[in-house]
Ligand binder design. Structure first.
Ligand code: SF4
Length: 170
């Protein structure tokens, strides 16, 4: 199950892998601010799994709305101006998992920051960008060396893989 662990880790750190330019080309939705009522949010007990992509993940909550199931990802800290691309991709992977698990496509997902919530439309473009990324990651998994894609010591300082990484900057 090492590949699953790696997959989840990499999703959480997507922006290490992609340049800003590539993400803009992918046309990621910026997200729109919404107001939510946390009452109807149901905790997710077990991870969701999509075998065809060997993808697993556990949204923090699932919300039922008009027959749709909306995944919610909770982030600590105050909201950025617009959600980080890594957060958008992580939420998109939950949308994909919800669709494959429950057979109903979420029209959007929610990123919940301390002070603000964003709805991220789960468009075909976002789904395609996510799948391209997952395929790219699978390719990289079998490579012995994947070069570091940044020069920011701060990222390495917070990275859980630092003690095992031969490219750490700290
Ligand atoms: S420690 Fe290694 S894996 Fe972690 S951010 Fe730095 S270079 Fe990337």
């Amino acid at each position: 199950m090492l590949y699953i662990t790696l997959l989840l880790f990499v999703i959480a750190l997507i922006f290490f892998w992609r340049s800003n330019r590539q993400q803009k080309e992918a046309g990621l939705p910026g997200g729109r601010i919404i107001y939510t009522d946390t009452h109807g949010w149901g905790k997710v007990e077990k991870p969701l799994f999509y075998a065809a992509m060997e993808l697993t993940g556990k949204p923090d909550y699932l919300v039922q709305q008009n027959g749709k199931i909306i995944p919610v990802e909770v982030k600590s800290g105050r909201a950025p101006e617009t959600p980080y691309d890594s957060h958008i991709y992580q939420l998109a992977s939950y949308c994909l998992l919800v669709e494959k698990t429950y057979g109903t496509r979420p029209p959007y997902g929610i990123i919940h920051y301390e002070n603000r919530d964003f709805a991220i439309d789960y468009t075909r473009e976002l789904e395609n960008a996510l799948i391209d990324l997952l395929v790219e990651m699978k390719r990289d998994e079998i490579k012995k060396d994947v070069p570091r894609s940044h020069e920011q010591a701060g990222r390495c300082a917070k990275c859980g893989f630092r003690n095992h990484c031969d490219q750490s900057l700290v």
